[in-house]
Design a protein around this ligand. Structure first.
Ligand code: G3P
Length: 228
């Protein structure tokens, strides 16, 4: 059985700063004992803190190389922060063409390649199967299917779209070496078990953990579901 992945996206929630370090410490410990690879994805300003206790990826990266660019976080900066990699193209921050609003595949590809060349892992979010077909050609570490309308809600992608999830996982696995991850509305053990049944290698979770009063028990539930 391959190692399952749980990515915790802290987003820009206030809780990222009030309990993000504790979540990282707990995740680092539980990764060692559970066999599930728990990866935290905090805001840029605390990356250097979370790397001390958990496998950490950034929430995004610029396609640019270091240079005279203001407010761009490059692959070089991520390397200096000693993170393992980055999320890319999350629905809340897509590589969109400013003129058309369409997904800008060539910019995304450039960012994936620059990260890959510098030894950073890349986890690329997609909104549908068409995007997954294009992105798998870029050979990222993982591709995460997240239907935007389910993000932040209480209906999980595994319950709401089992057929698409199944197709997504089989598409990614038969055509690439990338991991097939899913996210949106994932809240507990049942969602995690279902995702594995449908062929997924793991999960991306945000509100279910960040907004919980008991993040430890939610993380435990998810890990147990992934390990079933
Ligand atoms: O990156 C994960 C995220 O978009 C899913 O959010 O709150 O539905 O778990 P949430």
């Amino acid at each position: 059985m391959s190692t399952k992945i749980l990515i915790i996206n802290y987003k820009a929630y206030e809780e990222a700063f009030t309990k993000g370090i504790d979540i990282a410490k707990y995740s680092g410990e539980l990764s060692k004992s559970s066999g599930v690879s728990i990866i935290v994805s905090p805001p840029f300003t605390i990356l250097k803190e979370t790397v001390k206790s958990a496998k950490t990826i950034a929430q995004g990266v610029s396609k640019l190389d270091p240079g005279a660019f203001t407010s761009h976080v490059t692959w070089f900066e991520l390397k200096q922060a000693a993170v393992a990699g980055t999320l890319l193209n999350h629905s809340e921050n897509r590589y969109s063409d400013p003129k058309t609003g369409e997904l800008d595949y060539s910019s995304l590809k450039m960012a994936v390649e620059k990260c890959g060349n510098s030894g950073l892992e890349t986890y690329v979010c997609v909104q549908n199967l068409e995007e997954a077909k294009e992105v798998l050609k870029m050979k990222p570490t993982g591709i995460a299917y997240e239907p935007p309308e389910l993000i932040g809600g209480n209906i999980s992608v595994s319950n709401s779209k089992p057929e698409i999830v199944k197709e997504f996982c089989s598409l990614v696995k038969s055509n690439s070496n990338s991991l097939a991850l899913i996210g949106a509305g994932i809240k507990g053990r049942e969602d995690a078990e279902k995702s594995v049944e449908l062929g997924s290698d793991g999960l991306l979770v945000a509100s279910g953990i960040m907004k919980s009063d008991d993040f430890k028990s939610v993380i435990n539930d998810l890990v147990n579901g992934l390990n079933k």
